[in-house]
Design a protein. Structure first.
Length: 571
């Protein structure tokens, strides 16, 4: 173990900070001058100048030695390994054995220079030691948690209070088969409630219950990214799925065909809708639950992430008496939220607002909401035809999927109605070409279309672990700045509040394409996507999704890595 440290090439702390953009070379020279004059260690100077915290200094010392830094979250400590070191020694040394690979023990420590302690633990365990840096508070919490008597999952579930989560709409359970008996059992109910409760409280948008070859994996999508919540025994899978089917009024005996349903639960005094979807796989049924928590929904255009000028332009467009407005983007980019926010703005007593959705995601007071039912022939196109006989002022169509729906939506917008809808396209110009490809006449698009709004969701930097750094030259150039321009950006270090990701919450990037006379004339020539993008590049104030992302980076809301992740179109 000692040879590992002695052979490691040390980088100087100052060099590391300059490389990270935390300080400039000029600042480093000044700090080195102070060090020489006062004989004070450089690390202490950096802490006193508030360049580093004590924790960050420890992390840098670890980086010098090649010791990685991790967040000591639940699931990283193997309960079968932790007892290789007695609790009193772990407490004395403030370390936690995390896991073992062959003859190497990974050890959590807050002190990267504790080489003597590593040697002592190597003698006690007869294993090679690989240290990793963690926060001291997390280590003490892990010691208290890991060395107590192992708690079975049933005990954890039993500790939940009965009023933590309630089923709003259910049916009487009929114990006509073994699965029904299992689904009604207390441990299964508690486990199911725990999955729902934790996911809802963590702000998840989806829950995935996935049977694998050798385990039952449960993941939650938080801020657009999937995180593993837990992995109960595989034997629990069929019972949990059956319990959810009982809650959704579905057939628990049918496991060969996909099923869809709805569950309503009450959590912390509020009602939450869950959309159930099952799909048969080779290891059993995979279930995805979409969480629709109205209390967490932002239905205010002012809070979605629009730039000030862009917001006022969009508001004026949605207040138009007639015309077609399309919101574009891939699945999960927030299109429906933007449409709901626009409808919320327009919802006044003197307007008849009608929505046609699949499905209706949130119930909005004062809005006439309708859900299509393909199984009985009640499609988007047919619903729009009947809606036009209901004296509507504003029609929101959940999605334009085919030529017939597109034709009726365009005709409705030309006959005195404001029509809002969505299209699955990558950017705003692509919405125009998609309508042309569907067979809509160019002159109809030119006359009806008011604007196309393309959007993406990016994760916001976590406020709990936000830190600033000076952007390297390559990032400054990517942001459209001069190579020698010094700019301070933000990023998250990762903490327990953000699942060690450095991000918490999301905001939208927008690309607003407003029709003008030049664009209307261009559409009449049935242009290609390249021609449209070429035209927009020449326009003043033309802004792409990537441009919007770069502005959010410079404003300190998100990072370049996140903007690169969600923007693929380069106009």
């Amino acid at each position: 173990m000692m040879n590992l440290f002695r052979m490691t090439t040390r980088k100087k702390i100052g060099e590391i900070l300059v490389h990270q953009g935390r300080i400039t070379p000029e600042q480093l020279n000044e700090f080195l001058r102070i060090q020489k004059e006062t004989s004070t260690p450089l690390g202490q100077i950096l802490v006193s100048k508030e360049i580093l915290s004590n924790e960050e200094l420890a992390n840098l010392l670890g980086e010098q030695l090649g010791i990685p830094h991790v967040w000591l979250r639940k699931g990283l400590v193997d309960p079968m390994v932790v007892h290789v070191l007695p609790k009193e020694k772990a407490t004395q040394y403030q370390v936690v054995p995390m896991f073992r690979v062959h003859d190497t023990l990974t050890l959590a420590t807050a002190d990267p220079n504790a080489i003597f302690i590593f040697e002592q633990i190597a003698k006690i365990t007869s294993l090679k030691i690989q240290p990793v840096l963690c926060r001291a508070n997390d280590i003490m919490d892990a010691i208290n948690e890991s060395y107590r008597q192992d708690a079975a999952i049933d005990d954890i579930m039993a500790s939940m209070e009965d009023d933590d989560i309630d089923l709003v709409e259910t049916r009487e359970e009929k114990a006509t088969a073994e699965l029904a008996d299992m689904a009604g059992g207390s441990p299964v109910i508690h486990l199911t409630n725990m999955i729902l409760l934790k996911s809802i409280r963590d702000g998840a948008s989806d829950i995935h219950l996935e049977p694998q070859e050798d385990k039952f994996r449960i993941r939650a999508r938080i801020d657009g990214v999937l995180y593993e919540l837990m992995a109960p025994k595989f034997e629990m899978h069929a019972a949990v799925v059956s319990r959810l089917k009982v809650m959704a009024n579905l057939d628990i005996a049918e496991r060969r065909l996909p099923q869809d349903g709805r569950i309503q639960v009450k959590v912390d005094g509020r009602t939450v809708d869950l959309r159930f979807s099952s799909m048969p796989s080779i290891y059993g049924e995979k279930v995805v639950l979409r969480i629709l928590d109205k209390s967490q929904a932002v239905l205010d255009l002012n809070q979605l992430g629009f730039e000030a000028e862009e917001l006022e332009t969009f508001k004026s467009l949605v207040r138009s008496p007639n015309g077609l407005i399309l919101v574009c983007g891939p699945t999960g980019s927030g299109k429906t939220t933007t449409l709901y926010s626009a409808i919320h703005l327009l919802n006044t007593p003197d307007k008849n607002v009608v929505t046609i959705e699949d499905p209706v995601e949130y119930n909005l007071a004062g809005i006439n909401q309708n859900q299509i039912m393909d199984s009985i022939g009640l499609t988007f196109a047919r619903f729009i035809k009947h809606t036009l006989r209901q004296d509507p002022d504003i029609i929101m169509v959940g999605e334009i999927r085919d030529r017939e729906t597109a034709e009726i939506a365009v005709q409705a917008s030309l006959t005195g109605h404001l029509v809002l809808s969505t299209l699955h396209t990558n950017d705003s110009p692509s919405a125009i070409t998609r309508l042309l490809e569907m067979g809509i006449e160019p002159y109809l698009i030119s006359s009806a279309l008011l604007a196309c709004l393309s959007q993406r969701l990016v994760r916001s930097v976590c406020p709990e672990c936000k830190t600033r750094y000076f952007a390297p030259k390559v990032e400054a150039v990517e942001l459209g700045l001069a190579e020698n321009k010094q700019v301070s950006l933000v990023r998250g270090k990762g903490c327990s509040a953000c699942h060690d990701s450095g991000y918490k919450g999301r905001l939208a990037l927008y690309e607003l394409l407003q029709m003008d006379e030049g664009l209307q004339a261009l559409i009449l020539s049935n242009p290609s996507i390249d021609v449209l993008r070429g035209y927009l590049r020449k326009k003043e104030k033309s802004s792409t999704l990537k441009d919007a992302g770069h502005r959010k980076v410079l404003q300190g809301f998100t990072t370049l890595d996140e903007v690169r992740r969600v923007t693929t179109i380069d106009m």
